[in-house]
Design a protein around this ligand. Structure first.
Ligand code: COA
Length: 466
């Protein structure tokens, strides 16, 4: 087993060199401006193509070169040299944290990653039967309970409801919905007072930075709990000594990840953290612009991310590769898919008309991981052949190339994660981009309110109906 994570850094640097070599002749960035005077002119196509919704310093996508920048840093460098914790801080605060800032930030995240009240309520639902993104959305809504308790001091709630230990006694909470017929509810909520967030603090900042930290730290715990509940196991508490990436794997699988697995998960989280004004980011910003709170805004982001044209594509890429079965069947499958005008999941992008830099990194990581996984190796070879066919046809005709979702599923599968968890993991990371852009936009908030061109009729008369 390879333990040295330097190999991952090496693969990322190689991917960067290849990307820069291949794209150096492409045109320079567009839509970059230091000072903007509103209103501005732009041509808008269907699906708001070309529309400019706001100005931002959070991140930039250069679709012709295939470059992705967070706060001025190239995604290849961030993936090679930083951690997801540093990247989420960078997106929110504009600068990479100092050693001290990072220490404090990690401490806060650790505290916020314990969600006993949220999990207790989530487990009252038949989560194991739900779509995982629906469950994540409900879990996020329950996290919002911290605001619901606004009229009371959290201490009173703890005392009055005696929730120090819940669940050792079956009668204490309704556990009929526990999956797979668990005989006893054995999840104990070892309440450490420090792990609870003071409701007042969070209330004051329902649209503020601490709610962002709460969500960045909390979504991995909920996601992992959903994964556990689906297989009939009980949730595991986070390990304060692990990173977000390490904890995500640990809490889902019940065993500590190897350094390589943790590093690869960390890179995957970095790569998915932000991506311009994509549909889920815009959805969350629209909700925030009404001055609704951050939890509601993030729920909107989760809902939008679920769609197969957006984050839901990663799960479907895996099903496509499984449907094809092996490299020798790609040609026949692709021919039929083209005849049926099927969209091939994991390809194409509204902004990238080049190879997505995130796929440039995830491809080699999938290849690295599949050496130890026979089943994934066949899928990887199938993916490589499909990529070649798509680039030589759709790539030439319509500038359609692999996007982030094409290889992420293979990486996750090799890490032992079931496909239905792929999109929630995307949300675990993207929440840092959503929150960063919401906080930025709220500084000069104006409610989003586009218009439609009315193509309907006028002056219709109502005939007598009764
Ligand atoms: N497979 C086959 N053809 C594709 C394609 C794909 N994955 N993506 C786009 N196209 C084709 C469309 O059929 C259309 O062809 P036409 O002009 O002959 O009708 C053309 O390319 C433009 O596609 P359109 O859907 O209008 O582009 P868009 O900018 O609105 O959509 C996506 C972008 C990402 C939604 C689209 O590429 C897609 O559906 N990809 C598959 C889902 C996916 O991987 N999503 C994850 C994105 S990160």
């Amino acid at each position: 087993m390879i333990k040295n994570t330097e190999i991952i850094t090496k693969l990322i640097i190689e991917a960067k060199e290849k990307a820069y070599k291949e794209t150096s002749n492409e045109p320079e960035p567009q839509l970059v401006q230091k000072e903007i005077k509103w209103p501005i002119q732009c041509t808008v196509g269907p699906g708001l193509e070309g529309a400019i919704a706001c100005e931002s310093k959070v991140g930039y996508v250069n679709g012709t070169k295939g470059w992705l920048i967070y706060r001025g840093y190239d995604i290849f460098d961030l993936a090679a040299y930083t951690s997801y914790e540093e990247v989420s801080y960078l997106l929110l605060h504009g600068e990479l944290p100092t050693k001290n800032e990072l220490k404090k930030y990690k401490e806060t995240l650790t505290k916020f990653s314990f969600l006993p009240l949220t999990l207790r309520q989530l487990m009252n639902f038949p989560v194991e039967e739900w779509n995982t993104m629906a469950a994540l959305r409900v879990g996020t809504n329950i996290m919002r309970q911290i605001l619901t308790y606004r009229d009371k001091d959290i201490d009173d709630i703890i005392k009055s409801k005696n929730i120090k230990v819940i669940g050792t006694d079956e009668d204490s909470i309704p556990m009929e919905t526990m999956p797979m017929g668990e005989k006893r509810a054995i999840y104990e909520f070892k309440h450490n007072r420090d792990k609870l967030i003071k409701s007042k603090v969070v209330l004051d900042e329902a649209l503020g930075i601490r709610s962002c930290y709460h969500l960045i730290a909390g979504l991995p715990t909920i996601t992992a709990a959903i994964a556990r509940l689906r297989k009939g196991s009980l949730p595991i508490e986070p390990d304060p000594d692990l990173s977000i990436a390490g904890n995500l794997l640990y809490m889902m699988k019940g065993e500590k990840p190897t350094p390589i697995e943790e590093r690869i998960m960390d890179v995957a989280l970095i790569l998915h953290a932000d991506h311009g004004m994509n549909a889920s980011t815009f959805a969350s910003m629209v909700v925030a612009s009404t001055l609704s709170d951050i939890y509601f805004s993030i729920e909107a982001g989760i809902a939008a991310l679920n769609g197969p044209l957006h984050g839901g594509a990663n799960e479907r890429v895996l099903y496509t590769l499984e449907e094809i079965g092996s490299p020798d069947k790609v040609e026949k499958w692709f021919k039929k898919a083209r005849e049926e005008k099927r969209k091939i999941m994991g390809f194409g992008h509204r902004v990238y008309k080049a190879y997505d830099p995130r796929a440039r990194i995830l491809g080699p990581l999938a290849e690295f991981l599949c050496k130890d996984h026979k089943e994934v190796r066949t899928l990887f070879k199938t993916a490589k052949k499909l990529e070649k066919m798509v680039i030589s046809t759709l790539g030439k005709e319509k500038k359609i190339f692999p996007n982030v979702d094409f290889y992420s599923g293979l990486v996750y599968k090799a890490l032992g994660i079931p496909p239905e968890m792929f999109t929630p993991i995307f949300a675990v990371s993207r929440v840092s981009g959503w929150t960063a852009r919401i906080i930025e936009y709220l500084k000069h908030n104006r409610i989003f309110r586009p218009r439609a061109i009315y193509t309907g009729e006028f002056n219709k008369k109502i005939k007598k109906r009764r």
